[in-house]
Design a binder for this molecule. Structure first.
Ligand code: GLN
Length: 201
């Protein structure tokens, strides 16, 4: 019997964009899900990684930071080629169209996203719902969440809240309007690690 590991057992190297937001919680979740993790803060650091998480935070703050050193263009090139998972503000950055108000984005995900769409009183919530993932209801933590109001034909909807998609996939791109890193359930991060493994093959 060969002792060479099969490709599916190779540990993928996944980065978290560590400009702002809860990147440490994402890194911990990725490690739990079987990835080697690194934090990236410079465009040149994108060269050595297999996948990337763009975390939640404030999308306008991300945009200000990314405007420097050609980071936005480098990130756009990366996302076109390699698996990327955007959560909350990260989902806003990936979307083709952003509303409330309109703002610049990487425009790689065929979706229209409305920022801060749940209003002030119910701007944060913890819900449980069945999703496209096996293993029963999934806890979903929403914090000043955006709403995905439109998706293109290449987008697969994996979970809904009040009839609107909250977890979607378009090929090697995954996006959630909630914060899976804040729950102990690692199914969403495992799904992303599996996407990264599949893309490496
Ligand atoms: N409200 C934020 C925005 O519009 C997103 C909130 C979050 O990432 N938790 O960018």
């Amino acid at each position: 019997m060969s002792t060479t590991p099969t490709k599916t057992t190779v540990t993928p190297r996944i980065a978290v964009l560590a400009i702002q937001g809860d990147y440490d919680a994402h890194a911990a979740a990725l490690r739990d899900a079987g990835a080697e993790t690194v934090l990236v803060r410079k465009p040149e650091e994108l060269a050595t990684i297999d996948g990337l998480i763009i975390p939640g935070g404030e999308s306008t703050t991300f945009l200000k930071f990314l405007a420097r050193d050609g980071f936005l263009n480098a990130l756009q090139d990366f996302v076109r080629q390699k698996p990327t998972f955007g959560t909350c503000a990260g989902c806003i950055l990936l979307a083709k169209e952003v509303r409330n108000p309109p703002q610049e984005s990487l425009a790689v995900l065929d979706a229209t996203v409305e920022r801060n769409a749940y209003g002030r009183q119910i701007d944060s919530a913890i819900l449980e719902a069945e999703t496209g993932l096996a293993g029963g209801p999934l806890e979903m933590v929403f914090i000043r969440a955006p709403r995905i109001v439109k998706t293109g034909p290449a987008v697969e909807v994996l979970a809904l809240r009040d009839g609107f998609p909250v977890l979607i996939r378009q090929g090697h791109i995954l996006a959630a309007t909630f914060h899976p890193e804040l729950s102990s359930d690692r199914r969403v991060h495992r799904l992303f690690v599996d996407l990264v493994r599949a893309a490496r093959q």
